[in-house]
Write a protein that binds this ligand. Structure first.
Ligand SMILES: Nc1nc2c([nH]c(=O)n2[C@H]2C[C@H](O)[C@@H](COP(=O)(O)OP(=O)(O)OP(=O)(O)O)O2)c(=O)[nH]1
Length: 169
């Protein structure tokens, strides 16, 4: 069973007297979810913790530095494909980072107002859990897909969500 991560860097930008809440999204340029908007993230490597993976993937995909200790666990999402567990994704958020997000071969980053997240260009389940995560809630979810591999071509059919769970990692 594959473990994966997602990292959602957050900032508040002041613009002409207004505070705009933003999240760093990437347009993924290869791999699973190619062409969709998402947070930086990917598969755990051997010996890595989810936090270490989220830090490494954020550096590799957009050249932004986040400290594993500064990541706040916000979600644990299980993706099921044709009734079998396909992957578990650890979701983190943080307001602490250094550097400027940079386009790489893997991803094109964009600071996006949280009120303007392009859910119609994201995975079909994201509109169910990402708004709550961006509001500061925690979530555990199961998401069922059907139709065979790859996961991003399967059909999203049903889900179960629990909000405001506590994580001890
Ligand atoms: N937002 C969102 N992300 C998802 C969904 N399903 C799913 O696998 N992901 C994420 C988890 C991972 O960050 C990413 C897939 O990871 P991956 O490891 O297969 O992708 P990759 O090709 O970039 O992998 P890597 O070699 O960089 O580790 O997509 C979903 O339904 N919604």
């Amino acid at each position: 069973m594959t473990e994966t991560t997602l990292c959602f860097p957050r900032r508040t930008r002041e613009s002409t007297g207004e505070s705009i809440e933003e999240v760093l999204l990437i347009e993924k340029r290869r791999g699973l979810g190619d062409g969709l908007y998402n947070g930086p993230g990917g598969k755990l490597e051997a010996g890595e913790t989810p936090r270490e993976c989220a830090t490494r993937e954020t550096r590799e995909e957009v050249d932004l530095e986040v400290d594993p200790a500064d990541l706040e666990k916000a979600g644990e999402l299980t993706f099921l494909l044709d009734g079998e567990r396909h992957s578990v994704c650890h979701v983190f958020r943080t307001r602490s980072f250094s550097g400027e997000p940079t386009t790489t071969a893997e991803a094109r980053p964009t600071w996006t107002p949280v009120d303007d997240v392009p859910y119609d260009q994201m995975w079909d389940d994201d509109h169910l859990w990402l708004p709550g995560v961006l509001e500061g809630n925690t979530v555990v979810g199961d998401f069922h897909f059907e139709g065979g591999k790859p996961l991003d071509e399967a059909e999203f059919v049903e889900y179960d969500l629990k909000w405001n769970v506590s994580f001890d990692e």
